[in-house]
Design a protein around this ligand. Sequence first.
Ligand code: NAP
Length: 495
Amino acid sequence: MSDVKTYKMMIGGEWVDASGGDTFESMNPFTGKTWALIPKGGKEDAGRAVAAARKAFETGEWPKMTATQRGHLLRKLGDLIAEKADALAQTEVRDNGKLIAEMGMQLKYVPQWYYYFGGLADKIEGAVTPIDKAEHFHYTRHEPLGVVCAITPWNSPLLLAAWKLAPALAAGNTVVLKPSEFTSASSLEYAALFEEVGFPPGVVNVVTGYGHEIGAALTEHPGVDKITFTGGPETGKRVYATGAAQLKRVSLELGGKSPNIVFDDCDMENAVKGAISGIFAATGQTCIAGSRLLVQQSIHDEFVDKLVAFAKTAKMGDPMSMDTQVGPVTTVPQYEKILSYLDIAKDEGAEVRMGGGKAVRPECGDGYFVEPTVFTGVNNRMRIAQEEVFGPVLSVIPFKDEEEALHIGNDVVYGLAAGVWTQSMRRAFTMSEKLRAGSVWVNTYRAVSYMAPFGGFKQSGVGRENGQDAIREYMQTKSVWMSYATETPNPFVMR
Ligand code: NAP
């Protein structure tokens, strides 16, 4: 294992091993081989990291900094990430198997979160209230919450960390970041950049280990003021319940089963591309995957033929190659989960129009690949239409008219995103208004930005990331009262 890289965690400005000295292996999903050893932190390490973050929140340079100085540091960090984007993207690909073409672009975009929230840091203003008490002055201040525990999933570790860290730090909090055990390496490399641009020790701590061990220990820790979590719905519910027991602030970005709705008045070529990018980009491993394709009956067969013909051109293979279009599945449990859903769909009577099993092709080597799959004949009550697969598996569901499209579109427990393909302005506005989803895309799909609030309706989440809404998730409002009366009233005489 000589070419295996060994990582350390970042706690209180020090690079450390897990307190028990244990490590676990991280696998490259394309080669199937271990490429890194990651510290297996536990409860004691969670405690050390929270204590370091608490100390940095209360003492030292960080609480003395002005919001403008914090903003400046964040912008410097953005510049450094831009400089290191290619190297960080390669670590992500080695660890999560996503395409270098996508991760390269993603990492070049990540600095924008630090520029945007760096700029916002000193623009969060309180107010002077025209208060209804004589000889009193009242104003509000927006203050940081304290120690933020940020937990991220394996699909886009550094992008999703930026969604949390940029607003949390701009607001003046300190952070303990715990990435997924499947993709910890990039977050540990990221920690070095915070150190390099001069964040005081303990402001950003990165700890690694298993979710049910160090992740749970962090969420249970009484020294954590806020949990910001992105991951699966079941873990999200557990984290929410743990936070509730101590009345912590909790925000959750969870799963989806998003409808991508194609009307018969759409531009068909564009809609085909939109449907494909909605489900096969990132091998379907995105929370916003348009995994339910609702197609109007009158164009159903023609549309599916075109979609399948286009999808078949996708080139699978080494995610490090710039011309690969569909890469491997990131984790072995996820690979097994996707294959089990293929069986469930077949048992439910869905018809395989394309794919439907493991991808065994020479270009896939020993990697964990699933054939891009299209099921037709799906009805919305089937499990394949209701449950998140998180893989390259599309369920096509026909509909008659707008009313039925809306009914089917909204008839899931999730509400993360939705797509609409139409040339009618009236229909575009009506559908955008009535779809119960945190993001609605019309004649486009998968667009996200640091400026645009993102989050879930229904069981897709609590709270918002990105845009100006996001920084408020990391702040609390204080009411300050001052009296300039010359005499304090007699407390026994009511007035
Ligand atoms: P997951 O299994 O829920 O894990 C998410 C994170 O939680 C990981 O860091 C995990 O650590 C940690 N964790 C596990 N058990 C925990 C516990 N008891 N207490 C605290 N933390 C714990 O999700 P995933 O499989 O990594 O990611 C896929 C899911 O994320 C999908 O459902 C997807 O839709 C969702 N997602 C949502 C968004 C969004 O913005 N809405 C974006 C991306 C992904 P370990 O990995 O070490 O177990």
